[in-house]
Design a binder for this molecule. Sequence first.
Ligand code: PNS
Length: 184
Amino acid sequence: MPYVGGVRIAVCPGSFDPITNGHVDVVRRALTMFDEVVVAVATNAAKEALLSAQVRAAVAAEAVAGLPGARVALVPGLLADFLREVGACAVVKGIRGASDVDAEVPMALMNRYLSGVETVFVAGDQSMAHIASSMVKDVARHGGRIDDLVPAPVVPVVRAALARREEGRPEVGRSETGQDGERP
Ligand code: PNS
C-alpha cells in the first residue's frame, strides 16, 4: 500500500446524489482506520444525476465539515487515476447487504486492476441500512420527509432541485447550496 509522508489516505468514492447519513457513517468509520479520508464525488455512467457534481460536492463538504481528517474532492474522470493522484492506500465502500456486494465487487476488481489499490468494505450502521440516495430522492419527490435520512444541508438542496425539475427548469450551480448567493 502506498504512503504519502506516512499519512494513510483512503478514498470513499460515490455519486453522492445526494450524500446521506449512511455515507457519513461510512466516512466516520473509515476515519477510525485511516489518517485522512477523501470523499470523492464521481460520475456513475449508469445513473442520471439530480444534482450537478459541483452541488453534490458542496453539500458533501458541509456534511463532513465536522469530521477532522475528512475532505471532499471532485473526480473528473477515472477513479483509478484519482487514487494515484491523491496517493490513496485504499478505497472504502459501505455495504448494506448482499446486493451492495454484488454491485461493488466488480468495481473493486476493476479499480485494483487499474490502480493496484485495494477496496475495503465496511458494514454500515444497521439502523441506516434502509437509506439509499435513490430512495431519498423518491421519498422527497412524493412529498415524504427526508430530514432523518440525510444531513441537514441536503434537505433544501434536494427539494429545490426536484422543484426545478418538476417545473422543467434547468439545473443551476452552486447557488443551490446558498453559498454564493440566494437560495433558489
Ligand atoms: O455511489 P455509486 O454510484 O455506487 O458510485 C459509483 C462510482 C461513482 C464510484 C463509480 O461509478 C466510479 O468510480 N465512477 C468514476 C469513473 C470510473 O472510474 N469508472 C470505473 C469504475 S470501476
